[in-house]
Design a protein around this ligand. Structure first.
Ligand code: UD1
Length: 439
């Protein structure tokens, strides 16, 4: 397992124009894993978690948890044992924890278990304003006092008491956080207008495996009966819906034929529907999907929405595909306001896109050409890799650090599908690879 500080390379050098063909295996869901490892400290017994993705965000989270005394035993690359009986303090303020958004899950976990938590305000990708008012509202409803001082969220309670909580916006993070704290509160909690994302269900299943009593996850209303304590379990994280969707779009834009294995096709339905609309063939199997693209893609309209709507984390990848389609498309981003930062980079490759407010108007072009570009954030970065795979010539992408936050062995998996993609550490490396990939 890579240490979170390990930087193998800073750039990708990609020669595009090669259809991706073959099979790819999808790993565990990063966003589910981040919440599950936090929830694992809610028992003093040892919890075993399988199908953990080996990506920078989960590794940073595990290192940060070690920093407060959690015992982390990495059994192998994708299995970790977690023991939260030795937590020394509930005040987490390390550089590590400030780096990732999901650190906020330690609030719900620590507040539930110790009735006390001090966690810095979350970091993560700059994809827009990311308030935590709904988390705070939920904790307060459970009886906690919450304040924000010097960038630290402090929550404490003498007693946590179940409550009826209506979420003003559909939020994955707050739904999960409240679910965690309420699992160890006294009495019954009802969360209305809850998020329904697959990872909300996965975290509920995990907590239930530890002895919690949560019903209705995956619907608008989640009912939680608090229990006194949680216990050990062994749990396997669900497959990563966004990693799978990214490979589905990579197959589409390169006019490829890829079998994407170890997925739950139901979780991919909104992505599959859009790929079919733009002219791809998508076959569903029990735990795999195959995407075949054999003609120029067609335009369409997309609006990002909470699950089961089209995911915001798959918006940039779709933008790349529509930028190559035959006609005019629109994408409306309704979750985060800063998710079109890939557009300027794509324009350098020949795309014709105009952003007006939260809508991108995309005039499809016949092809992209390689350029020197930069990954602005995790999903936008992955989308730009896909664009480079479809482009004629060589593309250099800077700041691949962002991509490595959420994709395990992205370049290796793409190479196995026939892509020409390499990591470069510096400009000398880049020049060497540029020469190699064009020859
Ligand atoms: C999670 C995912 C992220 C994904 C997003 C939406 C993780 C670590 N990250 O982020 O990849 O893009 O879900 O699927 O799992 N909001 C509020 N108040 C709050 C909380 C959220 O107004 O207290 C708003 C946000 O500004 C946003 C919307 O609710 O407009 C959805 O955010 P949320 O679902 O909470 O996203 P995250 O949990 O941050």
């Amino acid at each position: 397992m890579k240490k979170s500080g390990d930087k193998r390379g800073e750039h990708y050098v990609i020669r595009g124009g090669i259809p991706l063909v073959g099979e790819v295996e999808i790993g565990g869901a990063k966003n589910a894993a981040l919440a599950i490892v936090a929830a694992a400290i809610m028992t003093d017994e040892t919890v075993t978690i399988d199908n953990m993705p080996d990506v920078r965000d989960t590794n940073v989270m595990l290192e940060a948890m070690q920093g407060i005394g959690v015992v982390i035993d990495r059994v192998d690359r994708h299995t970790v044992k977690i023991n939260g009986s030795m937590v020394k303090n509930v005040n987490i303020d390390t550089d590590n924890i400030r780096k990732i958004r999901a650190s906020y899950y330690l609030m719900g976990a620590l507040l539930g278990k110790y009735r006390n938590a001090e966690v810095p305000l979350p970091g993560g990708c700059d994809i827009g304003s990311r308030p935590i008012d709904q988390h705070v509202k939920g904790f307060r409803a459970l009886g906690a006092e919450v304040s924000i001082e010097g960038g630290i969220v402090k929550a404490s309670a003498k007693r946590l008491q179940g409550a009826h909580i209506y979420m003003d916006v559909v939020t994955v993070g707050a739904t999960i956080n409240i679910m965690m704290a309420a699992s160890l509160a006294e009495g019954r909690t009802i969360i209305e207008n809850a998020a329904k994302e697959p990872h909300v269900v996965d975290v509920a299943n995990f907590l239930n495996s530890m002895g919690a009593n949560i019903k209705g996850a995956g619907t608008d209303v989640i009912r939680i009966s608090g229990v006194e304590k949680l216990h050990a379990c062994t749990y396997s994280v669900i497959p990563d819906q966004i990693e799978a969707g990214t490979f589905m779009f990579a197959a589409a834009v390169t006019q490829g034929d890829v079998l994407i294995k170890n997925v739950i096709p139901k979780h991919l339905e909104s992505i599959t529907a859009k790929l079919i609309e733009i002219g791809c063939e998508v076959q569903e199997f029990d735990d795999a999907v195959r995407v075949v693209a054999s003609k120029r893609l067609r335009p369409t309209q997309i609006k990002t929405l909470p699950y089961p709507g089209y995911p915001t984390d798959m918006q940039p990848q779709a933008g790349v595909a529509l930028a190559l389609s035959e006609g005019v498309s629109t994408i409306t981003e309704s979750i985060f306001e800063n998710r079109f930062r890939y557009v300027d980079e794509l324009i350098k490759m020949g795309a014709a896109i105009r952003v007006e407010g939260n809508t991108a108007i995309i005039e499809g072009v016949k092809g992209f050409t390689g350029a020197h570009i930069s990954a602005p954030d995790l999903r936008a970065g992955a989308a730009l890799v896909i664009a480079a795979l479809a482009a004629q010539g060589v593309t250099v992408i800077d700041n691949i650090y962002f991509i490595q936050r959420g994709y395990e062995d992205f370049d290796t998996k793409l190479r196995r599908l026939g892509a020409q993609i390499d990591e470069a550490a510096d400009s000398k490396d880049i020049r060497k690879l540029q020469l190699r990939v064009v020859s």
